[in-house]
Design a binder for this molecule. Structure first.
Ligand code: AMP
Ligand code: MN
Ligand code: MN
Ligand code: MN
Length: 277
């Protein structure tokens, strides 16, 4: 099994990088990439944990980017996490995330929900990236909403009382920085942005025009029909294909670690060359 997209507690995942590597090896996953939101903080621990283990570990990141006012996720796979431009980009995103988290907390206070950010910070490593998922988890724990999804439909989603629009790095810049740091830029979960067919094609065309090289064809809990649609687009735009569970942990109702489905035959896997390195 392969899995090129998952999260540790250095962003909104539940497990440490070491626990992820242990889980992956216990499930006979041969290739794993850790792709935390806008941070490389977990990579050195994962690299260390993967040593002497029967697994190929690929350092990665999932960057939130801006494309036509839309928030899109771009995976950088096989990145050199010491690259200056990458570290600058991460600083930029970290500032945006820190400011946004504060604004979300203030907006939640206006809804009568206090001390969210302090509580979140008590429970995660000091250098982890705070995401809306952290707030969602807390709102569930505190009984303010019945589940994770409702945290977004009631408070955190676009147009809801605690939504804060964020101006992430431009997609073109993120792709360029990923390539400058020896990584491959992959368009994450293209069918999950709720775009019309035309907009989705426009997004992929923009991604290709900025030299993006691959897109996720199998992502999380995706249906066979969606895999076929994604594979068709991947083939049409001559992109390489990636697979990733987007695993965040056991409690959040996400997909489990490791992608069991096979890529459709029309797709060329993105990982072949990376494993040879
Ligand atoms: P952020 O990057 O801070 O906006 O946080 C978004 C994260 O929240 C995603 O990476 C998902 O892990 C999680 N999430 C879960 N459900 C939703 C949802 N319905 N809408 C947006 N994000 C969600
Ligand atoms: Mn996430
Ligand atoms: Mn994502
Ligand atoms: Mn993800």
């Amino acid at each position: 099994m392969i899995d090129l997209h998952c999260h540790s507690y250095f962003s909104d995942g539940e497990l440490s990088p070491t626990e992820l590597i242990d889980l992956a090896t216990s499930q006979q996953i041969q290739v794993l990439a850790l792709t935390d939101h806008d941070t490389v903080s977990g990579l050195s621990e994962a690299i260390h944990a993967a040593k002497e283990k029967p697994i190929t570990f690929l350092p990665g990141i999932e960057i939130s980017v801006k494309w036509k006012k839309q928030a899109i996720h771009i995976i950088g796979l096989g990145i050199d996490s010491t690259n200056d431009r990458l570290l600058k980009l991460i600083d930029f995103q970290e500032e945006k995330r820190a400011a946004r988290a504060q604004e979300i907390a203030i907006k939640l206070e206006a809804c009568g929900i206090f001390a969210t950010l302090e509580t979140i910070k008590e429970h995660c490593p000091s250098n982890s990236m705070i995401t809306r998922a952290h707030f969602a988890k807390l709102l569930v724990e505190w009984g303010k909403v019945k589940d994770f999804k409702q945290a977004f439909t009631r408070y955190l989603g676009r147009g809801k009382p605690a939504f804060v629009a964020t101006s992430w790095v431009e997609m073109e810049e993120a792709i360029d920085v990923i390539h400058a740091s020896s990584g491959l830029a992959i368009l994450a979960h293209p069918l999950r942005y709720g775009l019309t067919q035309t907009k989705l094609r426009n997004l992929i065309e923009a991604f290709v025009s900025y030299q993006g090289v691959a897109m996720e064809v199998i992502s999380g809990q995706i249906s066979a029909k969606e895999v076929a649609i994604a594979a068709g687009l991947c083939h049409k735009y001559e992109l390489l294909a990636s697979v990733g569970s987007d695993f965040h942990g056991f409690a959040l109702g996400h997909a489990q670690l490791g992608v069991k489905q096979a890529l459709p035959e029309i797709c060329t896997p993105v990982w072949t060359d990376l494993i040879k390195k």
